[in-house]
Design a protein around this ligand. Structure first.
Ligand code: SAM
Length: 279
């Protein structure tokens, strides 16, 4: 059993390192997620585990605890409508706007196991062949080292490809590896993956034409959401687009974004930026 002091210690550690807020009553979740780490450490109970954690000088165990407390739920073409809107409206507009530069920068700030950015990479390859002559940079980041390693591998189980991936894309862009499916090199090489904590510094980030920051702000407190959105505002080009998760918004957090409805998708644009403030 996890006692109050140990639970508070883990909550503080996780919030300090990742900004993820674990609310009271989530003791069961902490115990469930940390169970494999207890096994790896060879300790019998949570008390002994937290003692080990408190004296972890290398920081490895602390990092593993933070990673274990992230929620990595994702799928190919998640929620589908944002990808339809990207294909029909956002990407054609960005291609028109950048036709002179022939360069496009996209950042996915909470990549999880990679399905979101790889969905976009396949969509670009499938519907925008003219981009082959452009400098297209797809950067995908996540706080979890384990997730970034998975992303680079680009390997998915049958269950994972069954979730949202059209059969035609599976056939065209994946190859069988034992019981799994691996994205072909042509798609994998389109994306650069990097560990990055949204609540820490963002080194070497170019100005972005499109930012996907979906289903991650929900884990943070209001001050962190404001701080991150403030920096997203600085990282997004004046005529670029920001996409958030279905239950996330900039409203009441950062007035420097306009909410724009395109088809069935809510997008965010820099208020007063070159993109105009269409509602
Ligand atoms: C629910 S997944 C969302 C994945 C994908 N964007 C989607 O919508 O399907 C949330 C991801 O955010 C990552 N995450 C949580 N806190 C983070 C932080 N402080 N910095 C960067 N990534 C973080 C987690 O590791 C996890 O992979």
């Amino acid at each position: 059993m996890l006692n109050r002091g140990d639970f508070d210690y883990i909550c503080r550690l996780v919030q300090e390192r990742s900004a993820i807020v674990l609310e009271a009553g989530k003791e069961y979740l902490v115990e469930l997620r940390l169970k494999p780490l207890l096994r790896d450490c060879g300790v019998a109970d949570m008390g002994a585990f937290v003692e080990r954690l408190r004296s972890d000088r290398s920081g490895t165990l602390q990092r593993q605890v933070v990673e274990a407390m992230t929620t990595n739920e994702t799928s190919f073409f998640r929620d589908i409508h944002p990808f339809e809107t990207l294909r029909r409206q956002i990407l054609p507009e960005l291609l028109r706007l950048r036709a002179g530069e022939r360069a496009l920068n996209v950042w996915c700030g909470a990549a999880s196991s990679g399905q979101e950015i790889y969905s976009l990479a396949m969509l670009l390859r499938e519907h925008f062949p003219e981009l082959l002559g452009w400098r297209v940079r797809l950067l995908a980041t996540d706080i979890s080292r384990e997730m970034i390693l998975r992303c680079r591998e680009g390997r998915y189980s049958q269950l994972e490809v069954n979730r949202g991936l059209p059969a035609a894309m599976l056939v065209k862009y994946f190859e069988r590896v034992d019981m799994d499916w691996r994205l072909k090199e042509t798609i994998r090489q389109m994306v650069e993956f990097r560990e990055m904590n949204l609540a820490a510094s963002w080194p070497g980030l170019p100005t972005m034409d499109l930012i996907l920051l979906r289903n991650v702000l929900i884990y943070f407190d209001e001050a962190t959401k404001r701080a991150i959105l403030g920096r997203v505002h600085g990282a997004l080009r004046g005529d670029g687009y920001l996409l958030l998760g279905g239950s996330e918004t900039t409203l009441n957090l950062d007035a420097r974004f306009d909410q724009v409805r395109l088809d069935r998708t809510l997008c965010y644009r820099v208020r007063g930026g070159d993109g105009g403030g269409r509602i």
